[in-house]
Ligand binder design. Structure first.
Ligand code: LLP
Length: 428
Protein backbone atom coordinates (compact mmCIF):
# COMPACT_ATOMS: atom_id res chain seq x y z
CA UNK A 1 0.00 0.00 0.00
CA UNK A 2 1.26 3.48 -0.81
CA UNK A 3 0.10 7.02 -0.07
CA UNK A 4 -0.49 8.20 -3.64
CA UNK A 5 -4.27 8.41 -3.97
CA UNK A 6 -6.87 10.44 -5.84
CA UNK A 7 -8.77 12.96 -3.77
CA UNK A 8 -11.29 15.51 -5.05
CA UNK A 9 -10.33 14.70 -8.64
CA UNK A 10 -6.57 15.07 -8.27
CA UNK A 11 -3.68 12.78 -7.34
CA UNK A 12 -2.22 13.42 -3.92
CA UNK A 13 0.98 12.33 -2.23
CA UNK A 14 -0.25 12.00 1.36
CA UNK A 15 -2.02 15.36 1.93
CA UNK A 16 -0.26 17.25 -0.84
CA UNK A 17 -1.82 17.76 -4.25
CA UNK A 18 0.78 16.81 -6.86
CA UNK A 19 -0.31 19.72 -9.04
CA UNK A 20 0.83 22.08 -6.26
CA UNK A 21 4.28 20.49 -6.36
CA UNK A 22 4.39 20.82 -10.15
CA UNK A 23 3.35 24.47 -9.90
CA UNK A 24 6.04 25.27 -7.36
CA UNK A 25 8.94 23.05 -8.45
CA UNK A 26 8.07 22.49 -12.11
CA UNK A 27 8.40 19.12 -13.85
CA UNK A 28 9.90 16.61 -14.24
CA UNK A 29 10.45 15.92 -10.55
CA UNK A 30 10.70 12.88 -8.31
CA UNK A 31 8.23 12.92 -5.42
CA UNK A 32 8.60 10.60 -2.42
CA UNK A 33 6.15 9.91 0.40
CA UNK A 34 7.61 9.72 3.93
CA UNK A 35 4.61 7.78 5.23
CA UNK A 36 5.07 5.15 2.51
CA UNK A 37 8.78 4.77 3.25
CA UNK A 38 7.99 4.41 6.94
CA UNK A 39 5.17 1.97 6.31
CA UNK A 40 7.28 -0.25 4.06
CA UNK A 41 10.11 -0.28 6.57
CA UNK A 42 7.78 -1.14 9.43
CA UNK A 43 5.96 -3.90 7.54
CA UNK A 44 9.27 -5.45 6.54
CA UNK A 45 10.66 -5.12 10.05
CA UNK A 46 7.56 -6.73 11.56
CA UNK A 47 8.00 -9.72 9.26
CA UNK A 48 11.11 -10.64 11.27
CA UNK A 49 9.68 -10.19 14.72
CA UNK A 50 11.14 -12.78 17.06
CA UNK A 51 14.30 -13.13 14.99
CA UNK A 52 17.51 -11.28 15.70
CA UNK A 53 17.38 -9.29 12.46
CA UNK A 54 19.12 -6.13 11.26
CA UNK A 55 17.60 -4.39 8.26
CA UNK A 56 20.19 -2.62 6.16
CA UNK A 57 18.49 -0.53 3.48
CA UNK A 58 20.28 -0.96 0.13
CA UNK A 59 21.42 2.63 -0.39
CA UNK A 60 21.88 2.06 -4.12
CA UNK A 61 18.09 2.08 -4.49
CA UNK A 62 17.75 5.66 -3.25
CA UNK A 63 20.62 7.53 -1.66
CA UNK A 64 19.06 10.93 -1.00
CA UNK A 65 20.03 12.23 2.45
CA UNK A 66 16.41 12.96 3.36
CA UNK A 67 15.30 9.44 2.42
CA UNK A 68 18.19 7.91 4.36
CA UNK A 69 17.44 10.10 7.38
CA UNK A 70 13.77 9.05 7.27
CA UNK A 71 14.84 5.42 7.35
CA UNK A 72 17.58 6.01 9.93
CA UNK A 73 14.88 7.35 12.27
CA UNK A 74 13.01 4.07 11.79
CA UNK A 75 16.13 2.21 12.94
CA UNK A 76 17.40 1.16 9.55
CA UNK A 77 20.98 0.22 8.87
CA UNK A 78 22.58 0.49 5.42
CA UNK A 79 24.02 -1.77 2.77
CA UNK A 80 26.57 0.31 0.85
CA UNK A 81 28.62 -0.51 -2.23
CA UNK A 82 30.99 2.43 -2.52
CA UNK A 83 32.84 5.03 -0.51
CA UNK A 84 30.21 7.51 -1.69
CA UNK A 85 27.33 5.47 -0.32
CA UNK A 86 29.24 4.91 2.92
CA UNK A 87 29.67 8.65 3.30
CA UNK A 88 26.01 9.30 2.55
CA UNK A 89 24.85 6.68 5.07
CA UNK A 90 27.09 8.02 7.85
CA UNK A 91 26.10 11.64 7.11
CA UNK A 92 22.43 10.69 7.30
CA UNK A 93 23.03 9.41 10.81
CA UNK A 94 23.03 5.67 10.19
CA UNK A 95 25.32 4.24 12.88
CA UNK A 96 28.46 2.52 11.57
CA UNK A 97 27.62 -0.63 13.52
CA UNK A 98 24.56 -0.98 11.27
CA UNK A 99 26.47 -0.60 7.99
CA UNK A 100 27.58 -3.47 5.78
CA UNK A 101 29.83 -2.92 2.77
CA UNK A 102 29.06 -5.07 -0.31
CA UNK A 103 30.38 -4.94 -3.87
CA UNK A 104 32.87 -6.71 -6.12
CA UNK A 105 35.40 -3.91 -6.49
CA UNK A 106 36.18 -2.14 -3.22
CA UNK A 107 39.31 0.00 -3.45
CA UNK A 108 41.91 0.18 -0.65
CA UNK A 109 40.82 3.78 0.01
CA UNK A 110 37.21 2.69 0.43
CA UNK A 111 38.32 -0.12 2.75
CA UNK A 112 40.30 2.37 4.84
CA UNK A 113 37.31 4.70 5.16
CA UNK A 114 35.05 1.83 6.19
CA UNK A 115 37.58 0.50 8.71
CA UNK A 116 38.06 3.98 10.22
CA UNK A 117 34.30 4.28 10.58
CA UNK A 118 34.15 0.86 12.29
CA UNK A 119 31.42 -0.64 10.12
CA UNK A 120 29.68 -3.89 11.00
CA UNK A 121 31.13 -6.01 8.23
CA UNK A 122 32.67 -6.26 4.80
CA UNK A 123 30.91 -8.62 2.40
CA UNK A 124 33.91 -9.94 0.53
CA UNK A 125 33.44 -11.11 -3.02
CA UNK A 126 36.81 -12.54 -4.08
CA UNK A 127 39.95 -14.13 -2.76
CA UNK A 128 42.04 -11.26 -4.14
CA UNK A 129 39.89 -8.76 -2.23
CA UNK A 130 40.47 -10.69 1.00
CA UNK A 131 44.22 -10.35 0.70
CA UNK A 132 43.98 -6.60 0.05
CA UNK A 133 41.54 -6.07 2.91
CA UNK A 134 43.85 -7.95 5.25
CA UNK A 135 46.81 -5.78 4.19
CA UNK A 136 44.81 -2.55 4.60
CA UNK A 137 43.54 -3.61 8.04
CA UNK A 138 47.08 -4.59 9.06
CA UNK A 139 48.42 -1.18 8.03
CA UNK A 140 45.81 0.38 10.33
CA UNK A 141 46.37 -2.09 13.11
CA UNK A 142 42.77 -3.22 12.92
CA UNK A 143 40.83 -6.44 12.48
CA UNK A 144 38.30 -6.36 9.63
CA UNK A 145 35.03 -8.24 10.28
CA UNK A 146 34.19 -10.19 7.12
CA UNK A 147 31.43 -12.25 5.62
CA UNK A 148 32.10 -14.12 2.43
CA UNK A 149 29.53 -13.53 -0.27
CA UNK A 150 28.87 -16.97 -1.65
CA UNK A 151 27.50 -17.72 -5.07
CA UNK A 152 24.93 -20.49 -4.54
CA UNK A 153 24.40 -21.10 -8.28
CA UNK A 154 20.66 -20.58 -8.03
CA UNK A 155 18.57 -19.09 -10.82
CA UNK A 156 16.64 -16.14 -9.37
CA UNK A 157 14.22 -16.21 -12.33
CA UNK A 158 14.38 -12.46 -12.74
CA UNK A 159 15.68 -10.15 -15.47
CA UNK A 160 19.14 -11.31 -16.67
CA UNK A 161 20.69 -7.91 -15.90
CA UNK A 162 19.69 -8.05 -12.24
CA UNK A 163 20.27 -11.74 -11.60
CA UNK A 164 23.37 -12.31 -9.47
CA UNK A 165 23.33 -15.80 -7.98
CA UNK A 166 24.20 -18.02 -10.96
CA UNK A 167 27.71 -19.43 -11.28
CA UNK A 168 28.23 -17.41 -14.46
CA UNK A 169 27.53 -14.07 -12.69
CA UNK A 170 30.42 -11.95 -11.45
CA UNK A 171 29.16 -11.98 -7.87
CA UNK A 172 30.27 -14.00 -4.90
CA UNK A 173 32.74 -16.81 -4.37
CA UNK A 174 32.06 -20.05 -6.22
CA UNK A 175 30.43 -22.63 -3.99
CA UNK A 176 33.25 -25.19 -4.34
CA UNK A 177 35.87 -22.73 -3.10
CA UNK A 178 34.02 -21.43 -0.06
CA UNK A 179 35.56 -23.77 2.56
CA UNK A 180 39.04 -23.01 1.28
CA UNK A 181 38.35 -19.29 1.49
CA UNK A 182 37.23 -19.49 5.13
CA UNK A 183 40.37 -21.53 5.90
CA UNK A 184 42.44 -18.77 4.31
CA UNK A 185 40.66 -16.10 6.38
CA UNK A 186 41.59 -18.01 9.53
CA UNK A 187 45.25 -17.80 8.43
CA UNK A 188 45.14 -14.06 7.82
CA UNK A 189 46.03 -12.07 10.92
CA UNK A 190 43.79 -9.04 10.38
CA UNK A 191 40.52 -10.60 9.27
CA UNK A 192 37.78 -12.11 11.38
CA UNK A 193 35.11 -14.25 9.71
CA UNK A 194 31.84 -13.31 11.38
CA UNK A 195 29.26 -14.39 8.83
CA UNK A 196 28.15 -15.65 5.46
CA UNK A 197 26.52 -13.44 2.81
CA UNK A 198 24.31 -14.18 -0.17
CA UNK A 199 22.27 -12.10 -2.63
CA UNK A 200 20.84 -13.84 -5.66
CA UNK A 201 19.15 -11.02 -7.55
CA UNK A 202 16.59 -8.28 -7.54
CA UNK A 203 12.85 -8.01 -8.23
CA UNK A 204 12.20 -11.67 -7.33
CA UNK A 205 8.52 -12.51 -7.41
CA UNK A 206 8.76 -16.10 -6.21
CA UNK A 207 10.02 -17.41 -2.87
CA UNK A 208 11.43 -20.65 -4.26
CA UNK A 209 14.81 -19.39 -5.52
CA UNK A 210 15.31 -17.55 -2.21
CA UNK A 211 14.48 -20.68 -0.28
CA UNK A 212 16.84 -22.84 -2.38
CA UNK A 213 19.70 -20.39 -1.83
CA UNK A 214 19.01 -19.90 1.88
CA UNK A 215 18.87 -23.65 2.52
CA UNK A 216 22.29 -24.01 0.95
CA UNK A 217 23.61 -21.21 3.12
CA UNK A 218 22.22 -22.72 6.32
CA UNK A 219 23.95 -26.04 5.51
CA UNK A 220 27.11 -24.10 4.81
CA UNK A 221 26.98 -22.34 8.19
CA UNK A 222 26.63 -25.71 9.94
CA UNK A 223 29.64 -27.03 8.01
CA UNK A 224 31.76 -23.99 8.63
CA UNK A 225 31.03 -24.15 12.34
CA UNK A 226 32.16 -27.78 12.46
CA UNK A 227 35.34 -26.58 10.77
CA UNK A 228 35.84 -24.23 13.72
CA UNK A 229 34.66 -20.92 12.25
CA UNK A 230 32.57 -18.82 14.60
CA UNK A 231 29.78 -17.81 12.21
CA UNK A 232 27.48 -15.42 14.08
CA UNK A 233 25.24 -14.09 11.34
CA UNK A 234 23.93 -14.63 7.85
CA UNK A 235 23.37 -11.74 5.47
CA UNK A 236 20.53 -12.81 3.19
CA UNK A 237 20.78 -9.83 0.84
CA UNK A 238 17.80 -8.05 -0.69
CA UNK A 239 15.77 -8.75 -3.78
CA UNK A 240 12.14 -9.15 -2.75
CA UNK A 241 10.07 -7.83 -5.66
CA UNK A 242 7.27 -5.28 -5.77
CA UNK A 243 4.12 -5.15 -7.92
CA UNK A 244 5.03 -2.76 -10.72
CA UNK A 245 2.12 -4.14 -12.70
CA UNK A 246 -0.45 -5.31 -10.20
CA UNK A 247 -2.27 -7.26 -12.92
CA UNK A 248 0.83 -9.23 -13.87
CA UNK A 249 2.95 -9.53 -10.74
CA UNK A 250 2.03 -10.81 -7.33
CA UNK A 251 5.26 -10.89 -5.35
CA UNK A 252 5.15 -12.63 -1.99
CA UNK A 253 4.39 -10.42 0.99
CA UNK A 254 7.16 -9.50 3.43
CA UNK A 255 5.27 -11.65 5.94
CA UNK A 256 5.52 -14.74 3.72
CA UNK A 257 9.18 -14.00 3.05
CA UNK A 258 9.88 -13.65 6.78
CA UNK A 259 8.01 -16.85 7.59
CA UNK A 260 9.99 -18.76 4.96
CA UNK A 261 13.26 -17.47 6.41
CA UNK A 262 12.17 -18.38 9.92
CA UNK A 263 11.39 -21.91 8.76
CA UNK A 264 14.66 -22.32 6.82
CA UNK A 265 16.76 -21.07 9.73
CA UNK A 266 15.15 -23.60 12.08
CA UNK A 267 17.14 -23.75 15.29
CA UNK A 268 20.33 -22.43 13.77
CA UNK A 269 21.48 -19.94 16.35
CA UNK A 270 22.34 -17.08 14.04
CA UNK A 271 21.37 -13.46 13.68
CA UNK A 272 20.39 -12.26 10.23
CA UNK A 273 20.94 -9.19 8.10
CA UNK A 274 18.55 -8.20 5.29
CA UNK A 275 19.29 -5.69 2.55
CA UNK A 276 15.98 -4.62 0.99
CA UNK A 277 16.12 -1.65 -1.38
CA UNK A 278 13.29 -1.71 -3.89
CA UNK A 279 10.74 -3.04 -1.42
CA UNK A 280 11.23 -0.04 0.85
CA UNK A 281 11.63 2.77 -1.69
CA UNK A 282 10.14 1.59 -5.00
CA UNK A 283 6.47 2.33 -4.44
CA UNK A 284 7.27 5.26 -2.14
CA UNK A 285 8.15 7.45 -5.11
CA UNK A 286 6.75 8.68 -8.42
CA UNK A 287 8.18 10.63 -11.30
CA UNK A 288 5.90 13.60 -11.86
CA UNK A 289 5.96 14.75 -15.47
CA UNK A 290 4.00 16.91 -17.92
CA UNK A 291 2.88 15.99 -21.36
CA UNK A 292 4.52 18.24 -23.94
CA UNK A 293 2.90 17.08 -27.14
CA UNK A 294 0.59 14.56 -28.62
CA UNK A 295 1.69 13.16 -31.95
CA UNK A 296 -0.23 10.86 -34.21
CA UNK A 297 1.51 8.55 -36.61
CA UNK A 298 -0.15 6.26 -39.09
CA UNK A 299 -1.44 3.77 -36.61
CA UNK A 300 -0.51 5.01 -33.19
CA UNK A 301 -0.49 7.91 -30.80
CA UNK A 302 2.59 9.15 -28.97
CA UNK A 303 2.33 11.04 -25.71
CA UNK A 304 5.58 12.98 -25.51
CA UNK A 305 6.49 13.71 -21.88
CA UNK A 306 9.03 16.11 -20.43
CA UNK A 307 10.67 13.22 -18.53
CA UNK A 308 13.04 10.96 -20.40
CA UNK A 309 15.21 7.87 -20.18
CA UNK A 310 18.01 9.93 -18.62
CA UNK A 311 15.70 10.70 -15.68
CA UNK A 312 14.31 7.18 -15.30
CA UNK A 313 16.28 4.56 -17.20
CA UNK A 314 14.54 1.36 -16.07
CA UNK A 315 12.16 0.97 -19.01
CA UNK A 316 14.95 1.58 -21.54
CA UNK A 317 17.43 -0.58 -19.68
CA UNK A 318 15.37 -3.55 -18.53
CA UNK A 319 12.15 -3.17 -20.52
CA UNK A 320 10.69 -2.52 -17.10
CA UNK A 321 6.97 -1.90 -16.69
CA UNK A 322 5.94 1.27 -14.83
CA UNK A 323 2.32 2.24 -14.39
CA UNK A 324 1.55 5.74 -15.74
CA UNK A 325 -1.49 7.63 -14.51
CA UNK A 326 -2.76 11.18 -14.97
CA UNK A 327 -2.76 13.57 -12.03
CA UNK A 328 -6.25 14.73 -12.93
CA UNK A 329 -8.51 11.85 -12.00
CA UNK A 330 -9.97 10.26 -15.12
CA UNK A 331 -13.72 10.46 -15.24
CA UNK A 332 -15.24 7.17 -14.25
CA UNK A 333 -17.95 7.30 -16.89
CA UNK A 334 -18.03 4.13 -18.93
CA UNK A 335 -16.65 2.02 -16.09
CA UNK A 336 -13.08 0.87 -15.52
CA UNK A 337 -12.19 0.44 -19.16
CA UNK A 338 -14.39 3.31 -20.32
CA UNK A 339 -12.89 6.08 -22.38
CA UNK A 340 -9.47 4.45 -22.75
CA UNK A 341 -7.10 5.04 -25.63
CA UNK A 342 -3.83 3.34 -26.47
CA UNK A 343 -0.66 5.46 -26.44
CA UNK A 344 3.11 5.14 -26.47
CA UNK A 345 4.56 7.23 -23.65
CA UNK A 346 7.93 8.57 -24.76
CA UNK A 347 10.50 11.16 -23.70
CA UNK A 348 12.36 13.85 -25.65
CA UNK A 349 15.73 12.01 -25.82
CA UNK A 350 16.93 11.18 -29.31
CA UNK A 351 16.69 7.41 -29.06
CA UNK A 352 13.88 5.04 -29.86
CA UNK A 353 14.68 3.37 -26.52
CA UNK A 354 13.43 6.50 -24.78
CA UNK A 355 10.05 4.89 -24.35
CA UNK A 356 8.29 4.48 -21.00
CA UNK A 357 5.38 2.41 -22.27
CA UNK A 358 4.20 1.00 -25.57
CA UNK A 359 0.58 0.69 -26.65
CA UNK A 360 -0.50 1.43 -23.09
CA UNK A 361 -4.22 1.69 -22.42
CA UNK A 362 -4.71 5.08 -20.79
CA UNK A 363 -7.33 7.67 -20.25
CA UNK A 364 -6.87 10.36 -22.89
CA UNK A 365 -4.42 13.15 -22.08
CA UNK A 366 -3.69 16.46 -23.75
CA UNK A 367 -0.63 18.66 -23.88
CA UNK A 368 0.00 20.36 -20.54
CA UNK A 369 -1.57 17.55 -18.51
CA UNK A 370 0.39 16.17 -15.59
CA UNK A 371 1.02 12.46 -15.15
CA UNK A 372 3.04 10.28 -12.81
CA UNK A 373 5.23 7.35 -13.66
CA UNK A 374 4.68 5.14 -10.66
CA UNK A 375 7.04 2.91 -8.64
CA UNK A 376 9.97 5.21 -9.33
CA UNK A 377 11.30 5.61 -5.79
CA UNK A 378 13.95 2.93 -6.21
CA UNK A 379 16.58 2.89 -8.96
CA UNK A 380 15.12 6.10 -10.38
CA UNK A 381 16.95 9.28 -9.37
CA UNK A 382 20.07 7.31 -8.45
CA UNK A 383 20.43 6.02 -12.00
CA UNK A 384 19.76 9.33 -13.72
CA UNK A 385 22.27 10.78 -16.15
CA UNK A 386 22.63 14.04 -18.02
CA UNK A 387 22.44 12.44 -21.48
CA UNK A 388 21.39 14.92 -24.17
CA UNK A 389 22.67 17.62 -21.73
CA UNK A 390 19.51 17.35 -19.71
CA UNK A 391 20.15 18.61 -16.18
CA UNK A 392 19.49 16.28 -13.23
CA UNK A 393 15.94 16.74 -12.02
CA UNK A 394 14.90 17.64 -8.46
CA UNK A 395 13.57 15.39 -5.73
CA UNK A 396 10.79 16.33 -3.31
CA UNK A 397 9.81 14.67 -0.07
CA UNK A 398 6.25 14.85 1.23
CA UNK A 399 5.31 14.39 4.85
CA UNK A 400 1.62 14.83 5.68
CA UNK A 401 0.61 18.23 4.31
CA UNK A 402 4.22 19.44 4.01
CA UNK A 403 6.66 19.06 1.17
CA UNK A 404 10.28 20.06 0.68
CA UNK A 405 12.80 20.01 -2.12
CA UNK A 406 15.39 17.47 -1.02
CA UNK A 407 17.57 17.87 -4.09
CA UNK A 408 17.38 20.96 -6.18
CA UNK A 409 17.22 20.96 -9.93
CA UNK A 410 20.68 21.11 -11.43
CA UNK A 411 21.25 24.28 -13.44
CA UNK A 412 22.63 24.06 -16.95
CA UNK A 413 25.48 26.30 -15.78
CA UNK A 414 26.41 23.79 -13.08
CA UNK A 415 26.17 20.97 -15.54
CA UNK A 416 28.39 22.59 -18.15
CA UNK A 417 30.93 24.06 -15.79
CA UNK A 418 32.16 20.58 -14.93
CA UNK A 419 33.82 20.61 -18.36
CA UNK A 420 37.23 22.21 -18.65
CA UNK A 421 38.65 23.67 -21.82
CA UNK A 422 42.41 22.94 -22.11
CA UNK A 423 44.76 25.90 -22.46
CA UNK A 424 45.40 25.30 -26.16
CA UNK A 425 41.72 25.75 -26.93
CA UNK A 426 41.16 28.69 -24.65
CA UNK A 427 39.99 31.93 -26.21
CA UNK A 428 42.79 34.48 -26.64
N1 LLP B 1 22.11 -6.28 -1.70
C1 LLP B 1 22.94 -6.40 -2.75
C2 LLP B 1 24.25 -6.99 -2.55
C3 LLP B 1 22.53 -5.95 -4.02
O1 LLP B 1 23.36 -6.09 -5.05
C4 LLP B 1 21.25 -5.37 -4.17
C5 LLP B 1 20.80 -4.90 -5.48
C6 LLP B 1 20.43 -5.26 -3.04
C7 LLP B 1 20.88 -5.73 -1.82
C8 LLP B 1 19.05 -4.64 -3.09
O2 LLP B 1 18.20 -5.35 -3.90
P1 LLP B 1 16.64 -4.95 -3.95
O3 LLP B 1 16.05 -5.29 -2.60
O4 LLP B 1 16.54 -3.52 -4.22
O5 LLP B 1 16.09 -5.79 -5.03
N2 LLP B 1 18.92 -1.15 -11.14
C9 LLP B 1 18.14 -2.38 -11.09
C10 LLP B 1 18.33 -3.12 -9.79
C11 LLP B 1 19.76 -3.46 -9.47
C12 LLP B 1 19.90 -4.18 -8.16
C13 LLP B 1 21.31 -4.35 -7.79
N3 LLP B 1 21.54 -4.92 -6.51
C14 LLP B 1 16.68 -2.06 -11.36
O6 LLP B 1 16.35 -0.90 -11.56
O7 LLP B 1 15.85 -2.98 -11.37
Amino acid sequence: MDHFQYRDGSLYAEDVNLSDIAAEVSTPVYVYSSATLQRHFRVFNEAFEGLDALICFAVKANSNQAVLKTLAKEGSGADVVSGGELKRALLAGIPAEKIVFSGVGKTPDEMRDALSANIKQFNVESEAELEVLNAVAKSMNMIAPVSVRVNPDVDAKTHAKISTGKAENKFGIPWVRVSRVYARIAELSNLNAVGVDVHIGSQLTDLKPFEAAFRKVVDLVINLRTQGHDIQHIDLGGGLGIPYDPDAETPPSPGAYGAMINKVLGDLDCSIILEPGRLIAGNAGVLLTSMLYEKESENKVFYILDAAMNDLSRPAMYDAYHDIIPVKEPSQTGGEQGNKVSADFVGPVCETGDTFAKARPTSPMTAGDLAVIKSAGAYGAVMASTYNSRALIPEVLVSGDKFAIIRKRQSLEDLIKLDQVPYWLADE
